[in-house]
Design a protein around this ligand. Sequence first.
Ligand code: ZN
Length: 247
Amino acid sequence: MRTIPTLYQGEKIDAHAHIGEFGGWANLECSADELLNSMKLYNVSKTVLYYADNELVRKAVSEHPDKLVGCVWPDPRSPDARALVRRAIKEWGFKGIKLHPLFNAFLPNDEIVYPLMEEARAAKVPVLIHSGHPPFSLPWSIGELAENFRDVTIVMLHMGHGNGIYIESALNVARRYDNIYLETSGVAMHTKIKEALERVGEDRVMYGSDIPFHDPLVEIGKVCANDLPARLLERVFYTNVKEVMRI
Ligand SMILES: [Zn+2]
């Protein structure tokens, strides 16, 4: 008889978390201390961190360089976006670029994104893109960008998020473009995590919590509900994030 799966206790790297305030409908906030406490609780040795206020992230990363990994979050419509990205990678030691097409209202494959993709290519850092909400952040649109930048690694955050059709399309788009990786936070169907490992690849799916939007208890549990073998748990929770982020 099947027993209740336990949460994976091994060392983890979280590919997706935020500190700061998300007001309005979200009504959420998280401090650096709260994040660090949560990491201790769930045996997360490193967390990849991003927030629209890049200075807040810069400060937290500089205070905890062994635990926090910064990604820069530019608004591609801003004339300073490219300079910000360059400064964050070269001077602050940030390891990736986060794009939020819904939050900043642009299509992933819009030409305003291209200079940032060129920076990612030059610096050999991944571009992490929110997915799952129409009209700006659907998996097919992220696929268009991946097709135009085959040599840039793209992490599709939420792997389609809350809608089964989008989640299925995230898997299909990632199968088509081997520069797309999938991140598990907020995804509504735990079964699709296992399916992604089988259909997209064992090295192409990574754990993220999206703190404070989701709790590690739920997000770790969602991966573990699939009864994956130890080899795949280590891949999802640790090795794949480490390899893609080059940390
Ligand atoms: Zn997020």
